[in-house]
Design a protein around this ligand. Structure first.
Ligand code: FES
Length: 78
């Protein structure tokens, strides 16, 4: 399974795959196959989405420019 990061229109960021969520000390808090992380900042369960974005009318639909994947990989490697 490939790791996948998906921005949900007007909602959370969905991560699917092998991810570890770490705290500010680098300790693993959770290791799950699917995370939905809040993008609106209104969740009562941060950093996770609790669907508060729906009642708030959160609106955000960012799109990566087409054809930039290989350029991004060469300029933002960790
Ligand atoms: S994105 Fe869902 S509560 Fe913030």
């Amino acid at each position: 399974m490939k790791n996948r990061i998906e921005i949900v229109d007007d909602g959370p960021m969905k991560l699917t795959g092998e991810f570890e969520l770490r705290d500010d000390k680098g300790e693993v808090v959770r290791a799950r196959k699917v995370y939905t992380l809040c993008r609106c900042g209104l969740s009562a369960r941060l950093p996770f989405c609790d669907a508060s974005h729906e009642a708030a009318g959160f609106s955000s639909c960012p799109r990566a420019p087409q054809g930039t994947a290989s350029a991004d990989a060469s300029t933002h490697s960790a």
